[in-house]
Design a protein around this ligand. Structure first.
Ligand code: MOS
Length: 730
C-alpha cells in the first residue's frame, strides 16, 4: 500500500460531482411514482385582510382536477412555535389553510391537485379568491418596533450592556455616530423548493429538498398531528439552500395533506416567483453605530442598535449586532435589537445570519474610524485586536487573525495603496483598496453516525446529515478513512434521510465538526467490537493497529456478514452552547480577513471588483479543494450583497416587486473577479479532536464591508446603504 498516511488534507474529488454534472443526481422533484398527481398552490395577492370566499367550482369541474383544498375544507393542522433546541423550527409558526386571515402577500390560500401539472396549473387559474383587504404595514417605520426578546434568536442575548458605553462615548476624543442600511435579500438557490409526498397507510414519505431532514420530519409530524415514526424525509441531493431550506415551509405539509386527500402520491414544486414569498428571506436592517475611540484609534465604546422586522407568522430576528460583542477589544459595549411585526412573509437565516449585515456596519464603521484617526485600516484592526473575548473575558481557543491580516495585505498589495482616498485612478476608472475582518462562531451540534463493515471489506458510513453542495459526503469519507486507515474512495457514504442515525441541521457552518465527532464516536465503538472479535478468535489488538488483518477478514472471523455500530456525539459548541451556558472555558470562533481592489467607472458609476483575497483561520482544512470552493462561493455571496442583491418592496401593497432572477440580481460569472484563497490551516484541538471549525459562512462575512471600504477609498465618498448600485454611486 502506497496510500498517503493521512486522508485529511487531501483534495479528494467530490463524491457527488460526477452524478451532478452528468444529470444522474436525483433531486426532490426528479422523483416520480406510479399514479403521481400534481399540486399547485394558489396564493393571496393582498398582504393583509381576510378571505371572504373562495369559489372553487370552476376549478373542481375542470378536466383532470382531483381536489381543491382551501381553509373551508382542509384538514386540521397545528401551529408550532419555533424551538431550535428540539429541532422543531417551522418557517411559518402558523399552520396554512386554517383560517381566512391574510398575513402577507403570497400566502397559500388554496391547493389544486390534478392528474397532470398542466391541468393543475389551469385549475389554479380558475380558483377565484374574494377578500377584504386591509391596509398592510409592510415597511420599517410603519408600525412601532419593540425590543426583540432573546427567544427570537434562539436564546442569544439581543439586548445587552457591558461596562458604561454612554459615559465612555461622552468622554471619547473621537466619536462617530453612523447609520447603515441593508435591504431585504432572497436566497435564490438554483433548485427551487419542491416535494413529492406519498402515503402508505399511516406512513408518509416525503422526497424533499431540505437542510434538515430530522427537523422537517418533526415539524411535518407535529403539523399534521401524527407520530414522528410515521414520517420519513428523503433528501440525498440539495441544489443549494443558503438558509432557505433550514426551516421546513408550509408547502411540505400541504403536499402531504393533498396526497392524503386524493389517495395518490403528489408532487408540489414552488415556482421561482413563489419562492420569494414562501421560503423566507433576509430581513432589512437599519443599524445605528456609535463608536468612541482614543486619538490613536483604540476603541473605548461601541453601541450597536439594530432595527429590523419579522412577520405575523413567525418570531425570527436578524441578530446583526451580536458580533459587536466579540470582534474587538473594547471595554464598553451595548447592543440592542428592535423588531417590527410586518405584513411580510416570514424571514429566516440567510448566508451568515447576523454576522453578514452586522459586520458590514461594524467593519464600515472601523474604516471610518481609521480615516478619522489617521491610522491605516489594517493597523487599526491590529490595534483593537481582541486577545480575549471582550465580554466573557475567556481566551479564544485559537485565533490566528493577525496572520490573516498580514497575509491578505501582502497578497492584495496593500502597500501599493495610496493612503489618501480618491487619489488612485486608471484612465476613466477610480481605483480603491478595501479590507474587513471576517468571523463566525465555531458551532457543533449533537449528531449520530453509523459505520458498517462487510466481509468483502466494504466500509460504509451513514448519518442523517446533508450535502447542500458543500461536499459533506466527501468529507465524511475522508474522516472515516483517516480513522480506519483505508482509502477515502473505498468508503460509501449515505446521508440525507431521516431514517438514518439522527444528524444535525446543515446550517451555522457546523456539519463537518458535528458529523466528525459522531464518526469518531462510531469508530471508537467499531474498534472495541473488532478487538472483541479478534480476541475471541485468538488474535490480538495489535493485528488491528498494524493493519495485519484486512478489515473484511475481521468481519469473517466474527461469523457475521456485517459489523455495524452507531456512535453519537453530544458535543455542543458555539452560539447555542453559549446561550445554554455550557460554552466551556474557551471561546470558539473562526476568523479571517477580506481584501479587495475595485474600479469605479467615473461616467457609469459601476463598481467592479477586480481582485479579491480571502484568508481564513478555520482550524484544520480537511479538503483544500472543497474548502477553497466554499470560500469562492462565500465571496460571491458577499459580492452580491455588496453590489447587486436587493428585493424591492412596494410598500403600498406589501408586495415584493422583484420576483425572478431577471430582477433580483445575483452575481454572474462576468461579475466575479479573480479570488485568491488562503488558509492558515492550524488544527484547533479545543474545538474537536480533528481540529476543524466551520468554513461555510465566514467566507461571506466582511466581503460587503471590504468592497464598500474600497469604494470609499476609490471615490472619497461613503456608501452606507447596500447594495452599492450605479444609481447610488452617481
Ligand atoms: Mo445557513 S444561513 O445557517 O443555512
Amino acid at each position: 500500500m502506497t496510500e498517503p498516511r493521512s486522508a485529511i488534507g487531501r483534495s479528494v474529488d467530490r463524491y457527488d460531482g460526477r452524478a451532478k454534472v452528468t444529470g444522474q443526481a436525483r433531486y426532490a422533484a426528479d422523483n416520480t411514482l406510479p399514479d403521481l398527481a400534481y399540486a399547485v398552490v394558489v396564493q393571496s395577492t393582498a398582504a393583509g385582510g381576510a378571505v371572504t370566499h373562495i369559489d372553487t367550482a370552476a376549478a373542481e369541474s375542470s378536466p383532470g382536477v382531483l381536489a381543491v383544498l382551501t381553509h373551508a375544507n382542509a384538514d386540521r393542522m397545528f401551529d408550532i412555535p419555533k424551538d431550535l433546541f428540539t429541532g422543531e423550527v417551522p418557517g411559518d409558526e402558523v399552520a396554512p389553510l386554517q383560517s381566512g386571515r391574510i398575513r402577507h402577500d403570497g400566502q397559500h390560500v388554496a391547493v389544486v391537485v390534478a392528474d397532470t401539472l398542466e391541468r393543475a396549473v389551469h385549475g389554479a387559474e380558475l380558483v377565484a379568491v374574494s377578500h377584504i383587504p386591509d391596509e398592510p404595514s409592510s415597511e420599517l417605520g410603519a408600525v412601532p418596533p419593540f425590543p426583540a426578546p432573546d427567544s427570537f434568536y434562539f436564546g442569544s442575548r439581543l439586548n445587552a450592556v457591558d461596562g458604561d458605553p454612554a459615559t465612555a462615548l461622552a468622554a471619547a476624543p473621537i466619536r462617530l455616530d453612523l447609520e447603515y442600511r441593508t435591504p431585504i435579500e432572497h436566497h435564490n438557490p438554483m433548485e427551487p423548493h419542491g416535494v413529492v409526498a406519498a402515503w402508505d397507510g399511516d406512513d408518509l414519505t416525503l422526497f424533499d429538498t431540505t437542510q434538515h431532514v430530522i427537523g422537517s420530519r418533526n415539524v411535518v409530524a407535529r403539523r399534521l398531528g401524527i407520530a414522528r415514526e410515521c414520517v420519513r424525509i428523503v433528501s440525498p441531493f440539495v441544489g443549494g439552500g443558503f438558509g432557505a431550506k433550514t426551516f421546513p415551509w408550509s408547502h411540505v405539509a400541504l403536499a402531504a395533506l393533498a396526497a392524503r386527500r386524493v389517495g395518490r402520491p403528489v408532487k408540489l414544486v414552488l415556482t421561482r416567483k413563489q419562492l420569494f414569498t414562501s421560503t423566507g428571506h433576509r430581513p432589512a436592517t437599519v443599524q445605528r453605530l456609535a463608536v468612541g475611540a482614543d486619538r490613536d484609534g483604540a476603541l473605548v465604546a461601541l453601541r450597536h442598535h439594530v432595527t429590523t422586522h419579522t412577520s405575523l407568522t413567525d418570531s425570527y430576528c436578524e441578530p446583526a449586532a451580536l458580533v459587536t460583542r466579540y470582534l474587538y477589544a473594547c471595554p464598553n459595549i451595548a447592543i440592542s435589537h428592535d423588531i417590527a411585526r410586518l405584513n411580510l412573509p416570514a424571514p429566516l437565516p440567510m448566508r451568515g445570519p447576523g454576522e453578514a449585515p452586522g459586520v458590514f456596519a461594524l467593519e464600515s464603521a472601523l474604516d471610518e474610524l481609521a480615516h478619522r484617526a489617521g491610522v491605516d485600516p489594517v493597523a487599526l484592526r491590529h490595534r483593537n485586536h481582541a486577545d480575549v473575548h471582550p465580554v466573557s473575558g475567556k481566551p479564544f481557543s485559537c485565533k490566528r487573525l493577525r496572520e490573516c491580516y498580514d497575509l491578505g495585505a501582502e497578497l492584495i498589495g496593500w502597500n501599493e495603496r495610496s493612503p489618501v482616498p480618491g487619489t488612485m485612478a486608471d484612465g476613466n476608472f477610480l481605483v480603491g483598496y478595501g479590507m474587513a475582518t471576517a468571523t463566525y462562531p465555531a458551532n457543533t451540534a449533537p449528531c449520530s453516525a453509523r459505520i458498517s463493515l462487510t466481509a468483502d471489506g466494504e466500509v460504509a458510513v451513514a448519518s442523517a446529515v446533508h450535502d447542500i453542495g458543500t461536499g459533506t459526503a466527501t468529507i465524511m469519507a475522508q474522516l472515516v478513512a483517516e480513522l480506519l486507515g483505508v482509502r477515502p474512495e473505498a468508503v460509501t457514504v449515505v446521508l440525507g434521510d431521516s431514517d438514518l442515525p439522527e444528524g444535525a441541521m446543515a446550517s451555522g457552518s457546523k456539519t463537518t465538526a458535528s458529523v466528525g465527532a459522531a464518526i469518531e464516536a462510531a469508530v471508537a465503538r467499531l474498534r472495541a467490537e473488532v478487538v472483541r472479535v479478534l480476541t475471541a478468535s485468538g488474535g490480538s489488538p495489535a493485528d488491528l493497529a498494524e493493519q495485519r488483518i484486512p478489515l473484511g477478514d475481521i468481519v469473517r472471523l466474527s461469523g457475521r456478514r456485517k459489523i455495524a455500530v452507531e456512535g453519537r456525539s453530544e458535543l455542543l459548541t458555539g452560539t447555542i452552547a453559549d446561550n445554554l451556558g455550557v460554552g466551556g472555558p474557551v471561546e470558539l470562533n473562526s476568523f479571517g480577513a477580506q481584501y479587495c481592489k475595485v474600479r469605479v467607472d467615473r461616467d457609469l458609476g459601476e463598481v467592479r471588483v477586480t481582485d479579491f483575497v480571502s484568508v481564513h483561520d478555520v482550524g484544520r482544512v480537511v479538503n483544500p479543494k472543497l474548502a477553497t470552493n466554499q470560500v469562492y462561493g462565500g465571496v460571491v455571496f458577499g459580492l452580491g450583497m455588496a453590489l447587486t442583491e436587493e428585493t424591492i418592496l412596494d410598500e403600498r401593497s406589501g408586495r415584493f416587486v422583484t420576483r425572478d432572477l431577471a430582477t433580483y440580481h445575483v452575481p454572474t460569472n462576468p461579475d466575479v473577479p479573480s479570488i485568491t484563497v488562503r488558509f492558515i490551516d492550524e488544527p484547533d484541538l479545543s474545538a474537536n479532536s480533528f481540529g476543524v471549525k466551520g468554513v461555510g459562512e465566514i467566507s461571506a462575512i466582511g466581503v460587503p464591508a471590504a468592497i464598500a471600504n474600497a469604494v470609499f477609498h476609490a471615490t472619497g465618498v461613503r456608501f452606507r446603504e447596500l447594495p452599492i448600485t450605479p444609481d447610488r454611486v452617481l
